[in-house]
Design a protein around this ligand. Structure first.
Ligand SMILES: [Cu+2]
Length: 399
């Protein structure tokens, strides 16, 4: 398929800046899923063999807010699997959950007996049992794995599974990120989500709610791809500040450039993957977030106020203000400290955390100097600080 690198898209995205990303290169950008580890295979007679275990996982989705959900290999969502087109893959799947389960390989072109469609292609894997999946992957696209029991899906049982192309097409990206979109209904003093809910008060990218999402760090001028995967009860319109991007791929694979068009908000429907690309042409700390208003906050409660918050943040329990129809609506409660130990947050403006609640992360487009500083901190990160007193609501611990 012919790709014109000097086409209008290149010009639109770069605004005349050097098209560094389109320079020929054979090296592939590493795929990076912030917060989530990669599951390393062992090679057995030329087959990539993975061990995947479904189990109960307790994690922290924001400072002080615990989630006990169902994931894989100690992680919720599960670890990222990454293979190449043409690979033979074997998965030794162990069920450590207290009920039957099965893993569906979502988007895979494999024999139906290996597809994980429980009932049709296989029996459920009972608690304590191991089931072996094996297939050859003659395809290239962003896939995922998940339990094929719907309530288990809502308990978090999902992970990324990327199949890299043998022969990549189109402009090469410098940065390649993956985000898994999930939503949780967590009631007060309860870490176990209500999997039947239709309304959600905690919204996560890769198992973290803002401001606990680790920013994606890129250098000025780099070509960035973000692959967003959604599995929940809502479709999420994801908006990027500061740039126009193009949808360059779906869960079915990369799209030809003739199908790209500019946008800055993209609807990621349930069970879909949407891949966006842009050239990060301008330095800045740019939000990437779901634009559903209720998904831009943590621990959304039926009424925000009146509350008994201290004098240093909003809303204020003030009879005069309460005469104004509608007051109070929004909160403003910066608490940067519990997140200041992350190297990726270095140098953010004071008070940044107040605006970063909910399904909200950042693309930080940085100078070479800032990039070097963050790299240095990654080798030697500062200690973690506790949330400020009275700020437990940030994490929802007190409600
Ligand atoms: Cu949303």
């Amino acid at each position: 398929m012919p790709f014109d690198r000097r086409g209008f898209f290149g010009r639109m995205f770069t605004g005349g800046a050097a098209l560094q990303a389109a320079a020929p290169s054979t090296a592939r950008a590493p795929f990076f899923t912030p917060e989530l580890s990669k599951l390393a295979p062992r090679i057995v007679d030329g087959v990539k063999e993975f061990e995947l275990t479904a189990e109960v996982v307790t994690t922290e989705i924001a400072a002080g807010r615990t989630l006990t959900a169902w994931g894989y290999n100690g992680s919720v969502p599960g670890p990222t699997l990454e293979v190449n087109e043409g690979d033979r893959v074997r998965i030794l799947f162990r069920n450590k959950l207290p009920e039957p389960t099965a893993v569906h390989w979502h988007g895979f072109e494999v024999p139906y007996t290996q597809d994980g469609s429980v009932g049709l292609g296989q029996d459920p894997t009972l608690p304590g049992e191991t089931h072996v999946y094996e297939f050859t992957l003659n395809q290239n696209n962003s896939c995922f794995y998940h339990s094929h029991f719907p309530m288990q899906e809502m308990m978090g049982a999902i992970g990324f599974f990327l199949i890299h192309p043998k022969n990549p097409t189109g402009p090469r990206v410098d940065r390649d990120f993956g985000l898994i979109i999930q939503e949780w209904d967590l009631r007060p003093n309860n870490a176990v989500p209500n999997a039947l809910a239709m309304e959600f008060n905690w919204l996560t990218f890769n198992g973290k709610a803002g401001p606990d999402c680790t920013p994606m760090i890129v250098r000025e001028g780099e070509r960035v791809r973000i692959r967003m995967l959604n599995l929940g009860m809502d479709h999420h319109p994801i908006h990027l500040h500061g740039f126009q991007f193009a949808m360059t791929g779906t869960e079915g694979g990369r799209l030809p450039e003739t199908m790209w068009y500019p946008q800055n908000t993209i609807l990621v429907g349930v069970a879909q993957i949407r891949e966006i690309e842009f050239v990060a042409g301008r330095v800045g700390d740019w939000m990437l977030h779901c634009h559903l208003p209720h998904h831009m906050m943590n621990n959304m409660i039926p009424m925000v106020g009146p509350t008994s918050h201290g004098a240093d943040h909003w809303p204020k329990d003030d009879p005069e203000r309460k005469k104004v129809p509608g007051y109070p609506q929004d909160m403003w409660m910066p608490d940067d400290d519990p997140y200041s130990h992350k190297p990726e947050n270095y140098g953010l403006r004071k008070g940044w955390s107040a605006a970063m609640g909910g399904m909200m992360t950042m693309v930080r487009v940085v100078t070479p100097e800032m990039y070097a500083k963050i790299e240095e901190l990654r080798k030697n990160p500062p200690p973690r600080k506790a949330p400020a007193k009275g700020h437990e609501h940030h994490a929802g611990g007190s409600r």
